[in-house]
Design a protein around this ligand. Structure first.
Ligand code: HEC
Length: 278
């Protein structure tokens, strides 16, 4: 009997706590911008993170990783959270977000679904930074002091961004399920402002705006309406990352465009004229 009870306890815990432990190394290497996106999509309706942020439907989370659960003065927590004695850690938060109702039964944080495992690492890393628990660099501060000097070319204002976007291959996967379209293609941003691709007739150009957005246009696409324009903040690419699929955007109705960066210059780029100005 005792043995059975023991087994079922172990199994029971196994089900709830079978989470991977998040090490500081993993968290430090996580994707800040993706974490930010997840926070904005899933948490920011109810929580602020900054030092002087207000309580909304949920408590302000500044300093949350150093405080006991349910202990921010002035916030009306559930009885469940009020009586908990633990301090929030990355692992505790990871476990809670994986099972928002089951981890702390009776809590009143009404999120509609668990946060997918693929998003939790980036989210928690972003929260550690933004709630003051660690002093890891944000992409915005990964720039050099030259960033503010608009008389300099982008290669000097944003060297990390520049080297990443200009000397590597951007890999796309265009998917429009209802139209039955799937197209994989690669592009190469040239330093002269033009864009080459590995698909015949597909070309484009790019430009960095006054507000430091990287905007690019592609034409001659054999899918959709044949062309598209997109912009993203230079800051989103400040920390070099390589992966087949780093982001997904919706350039047209019904289309998911997955993008990633593959290292190096592809051999289909001919006669690239390298200059450091755009
Ligand atoms: C619908 C509003 C809502 C959303 C969305 C929401 N929360 Fe909460 N959150 C709350 C409430 C309410 C509490 C207090 C729960 C309680 O007292 O049981 C809370 C508590 C917390 C706490 C514990 C704070 C403390 O002081 O102990 C953390 C950490 C937290 N939320 C993180 C998140 C994260 C991360 C997300 C996004 C994945 C999120 N929350 C989304 C409403 C929300």
């Amino acid at each position: 009997m005792r043995f059975l009870l023991f087994v079922s306890l172990v199994l029971g815990c196994g089900v709830i706590f079978a989470q991977e432990t998040l090490t500081m190394d993993m968290l430090k290497a996580a994707d800040y911008m993706k974490g930010k996106q997840t926070f904005q999509g899933r948490c920011s309706a109810c929580h602020t993170l900054s030092d002087d942020g207000a309580d909304i439907a949920g408590p302000n989370l500044w300093g949350v990783f150093e405080r006991q659960a349910g202990s921010k003065p002035g916030f009306a927590y559930s009885a469940t959270l009020t009586k908990e004695q633990f301090e929030w850690s990355a692992d505790r938060l990871n476990n809670w977000l994986a099972d928002p109702k089951g981890y702390l039964p009776g809590n009143i944080m009404g999120i509609p679904e668990p946060v997918p495992a693929a998003d939790r690492l980036d989210l928690i890393s972003f929260m550690l930074i933004e709630t003051g628990a660690v002093d890891w660099p944000r992409p915005a501060t990964a720039f050099t002091a030259n960033q503010a000097d608009r008389s300099l070319p982008p290669s000097e204002r944003f060297p990390s961004f520049w080297n990443h976007l200009m000397y590597n291959t951007v890999r796309y996967r265009w998917v429009n399920e209802s139209a039955g379209e799937e197209l994989r293609f690669d592009v190469y941003n040239k330093t002269d402002g033009s864009i080459a691709s590995n698909i015949k007739g597909l070309t484009g150009f790019w430009h960095i705006t006054e507000r430091d957005f990287f905007c690019y246009a592609l034409t001659g696409m054999p899918v959709g309406v044949g062309q598209m324009v997109e912009c993203f903040p230079v800051a989103a690419m400040a920390i070099p990352r390589f992966s087949e699929e780093l982001w997904t955007s919706k350039p047209q109705k019904g289309v998911a465009l997955h993008g990633g960066i593959a290292p190096g210059r592809p051999d289909w780029v001919d006669g690239v004229v390298e200059s450091t100005k755009n």
